[in-house]
Design a protein around this ligand. Sequence first.
Ligand code: GLA
Length: 534
Amino acid sequence: MKKTWLIAATVFCELIFCAISALPLDHRLRAPSPSFGAQSPADSVRAAEDGLALTPPMGWYPWNIFGEEPQNEKLIKEIVDALVSSGLKEAGYSYVGPDEGICFYRGDDGLLTSNLERYPSRLRGLGDYIHRKGLKYALYTDAGSRTCSKAMPGTKDHEFEDMRRFAEWRADYIKIDWCNTEGQDIVKTYTTLRDAQRAAGRPVIHSLCSWGEGYPWRWAAAVGHLWRTTGDICAPGQADWGQAMEIASANEKLSDFAGPGHWNDPDMMIVGMPGVSDTQNRTFFSLWCLMAAPLIAGNDLRSMSESTVETLTNFEAIAVDQDPLGVQGKIVRTEGAISLWAEKPLFDGSQAVLVHNQGRHPAKKRVSWTEIGIDGAAPRYVRNLWTHETTGPLPGGITVDVAPGDVAMLRVSEKNDFPMPPILMADSYLVSLRSTGSASQQLTGTITITNKGSAEIPPWRVGEVLPSWLTVTVMRKGKSQTFTNTISTAGLKKGLYHAVVRADNTEPVSGRPMSTLYYDVDLEVTQDVSGPSR
Ligand code: GLA
């Protein structure tokens, strides 16, 4: 019954939105019109089905700092190692992989094949490396005939075989660019790519990258999980503060369209790039968190200053971005150079608030409780998310001093308690087992998921669809839960076996579903095994 509804809703969306591609398109649109109405509930279909990206994806992509040329297996692996050792993994950053940069070719058989000069372990080998580190694998492609620099093939006319190939490489996230798409209908194209992904049978986040072209916020929740709202934030290696602030301003106007499983994407971050000051890092990160933007770092993780690490791993700011309600905050008042951002309710009933001073002089700003839409009579506690200090209870409001270019990022609550939502870290996303000999064996491999949030979460519920050779049990120990994967080889023929395990959970304070967890189990059977045949 539920499934029938989902299919019907999808068809409905397609019928309604096929007209949109006929709108005049402005290449890499900069300032989208704020006047479009909100999406209908049917638009959340894709996330409702796969449970992916129920909070904004966090990770790293190479484009902002490196551009195309230096990308290769060695570099990506070094970045992966730095992501782990710097503490970014612990703070929730997980999706990582190459952007445009000759990763693959199209062979004479029409199928994609890894560029072995740059990726000697092949793209599947890189995926396994990333999964073993407890991270998720991100790849890049284009919906047109070629990628932007024309150096790599696009998916046009190869949608189904390419999504199958990305699934074989074990991608968890695919950024799909919109270059070289002349004459293509944008809604139909991205819808075909969604269908191709479903046919490939692997749950993958689709990150649509049309720079606002085709007004993706109007229709893309049904076909993807996030969509770029603007042009590129910078040319590779050259952070541009003015451009970043223009992008924030354009993205701010689209707050009605974001929510769990479907996010406005104002592009990768410039935090930690050369030329960006510590104050700018803090301001940028605060704006992205208030906007519930995907937190995709774009700096060189191998050479970060302490202050950059501190900014990117500020758990209290990340908690605002990763809040389970998934509301995108907005500007509620502008006075001269001061903008007041609010309307960002959080899962425990508190509110996130940001005062941004874009002027050249220090500013004092009174934030009244009524101004941010909360009962003015009740005194509130205020947590400063950068100094990590709490004040209160304060009746009526708070006065903050904000240095030029800086922000005051606050959390306002009735209680003197500021809980953290779940932030997850995996020890691995790949169980890899091998049986030897012809006698049947029981093999086990574990995956442990640790929650860095404040509340314990209930046990993960493992999906029912598992192959007959695999059973999974979940044990909770404090903030960690261990999935024990037991494999019985009885009756299996020699060969390679693979399963994707799905697990669901609920955030206990808000009762909202948490992003679904997926991991891979590989089994190699080296000889036919005795026992009842399967
Ligand atoms: C587009 C995207 C960028 C990057 C480049 C690669 O410009 O917007 O983020 O992926 O393509 O060429």
